[in-house]
Design a protein around this ligand. Structure first.
Ligand SMILES: [Zn+2]
Length: 312
């Protein structure tokens, strides 16, 4: 844990439950950090490695605003005054992490819940980035870095491709273990997530040597086994989404409330949820309902007290 693996001349990864990217700018001897983990351990290790490698931290690039990706932001920014790069929509959650807890709970959560949701400290996003805008990185040796939209798991998540062939794919693929453990994984947009998965499936990896997911094993594109694992994971993710859609549609054969859906979905996949898992599942079921409604497969009714969902 917290071993550094050099992938290419300019890219290393600090291997941990949340893999942390180190992208070096040879022109300025600065390093740009991809995501910052979920505890104070991460920024301490990141600073230690940067100092061992004799580089200054120039900036943090956040792929998205989940707590395990922005947890070290405040610590690092306070100590190094580094820039923070993030997409427009994610930037609000990075600046005000309570918004994520509010998104999950649907209102300002009570104190115990805020603690459970492990709300990180806010930090200041200095540069809004996107596929056509890399912020101040334009002025560095990393001007050929590209931000790849990967929405669906989070509102406006991005991946990163580097000039020397590393593709950081953030949380766009959920590992087999997570699919098995949680059953229904968190999504903010089912349709966009499916597009992201199909985009990865059809991606041209000619200029990519390494695929770096935020969690789990780094994959080498020249390895047949690694690429088999990559495509198998995409298939598994798509299959699970289809399966959840079908479970929801089945329940909606009769008019169903959110509670009805929650009962059936949780008993199928995860009947002993923590409070956090409960909130994640509840919001994700709503997102599935939006998707099925947009595709004309269900309609909803409101009886003055409940929404009910029914298959069309
Ligand atoms: Zn995430």
């Amino acid at each position: 844990m917290f071993e550094i693996e050099k992938l290419t001349e300019n890219v290393s990864v600090l291997l941990a439950p949340v893999n942390i990217g180190f992208i070096f700018d040879s022109l300025s001897s600065k390093v740009y950090i991809v995501d910052t983990g979920n505890s104070d351990d991460y920024p301490r290790k990141i600073m230690k490695k940067a100092s061992e490698l004799n580089v200054e931290i120039g900036g943090i690039i956040n792929t998205h605003a989940h707590e395990d990706h922005i947890g070290g932001n405040s610590f690092l920014q306070k100590r190094t005054n580094c820039r923070i790069y993030a997409t427009h929509f994610e930037s609000f959650f990075i600046e005000e992490p309570i918004l994520m807890a509010m998104y999950l709970y649907g209102a300002m959560p009570f104190d115990e819940l805020i603690k459970k949701l492990r709300e990180p400290k806010g930090s200041h996003v200095t540069d809004i980035i996107g596929p056509d805008n890399i912020g101040e990185l334009e002025k560095t040796g990393l001007k050929n870095l590209k931000f790849i939209p990967l929405p669906g798991h989070s509102f406006d998540m991005v991946g990163i491709t580097t000039e020397d062939g590393v593709f950081f794919i953030a949380d766009s693929l959920v590992s087999r273990q997570v699919v098995d453990k949680y059953g229904v994984f968190f999504l903010t947009d089912v349709g966009k997530h499916l597009e992201t998965l199909h985009g990865l499936k059809n991606w041209n990896f000619d200029d990519v040597s390494w695929i770096v997911p935020s969690h789990g094993k780094i994959l080498r594109t020249s390895s047949k086994e690694d690429m088999k694992e990559f495509y198998d994971m995409i298939t598994l993710n798509i299959q699970r989404i289809d399966e959840v859609c079908n479970v929801i549609l089945q329940v909606c054969n009769q008019p169903a409330t959110l509670e009805d859906l929650l009962r059936v979905v949780s008993s199928k996949y995860n009947s002993n949820m923590s409070q956090t898992q409960y909130l994640i599942l509840l919001q994700t079921i709503k997102i599935y309902l939006n998707y099925l409604k947009a595709r004309g497969m269900i309609s909803f009714d409101f009886d003055g007290l409940h929404y009910t969902y029914i298959r069309k």
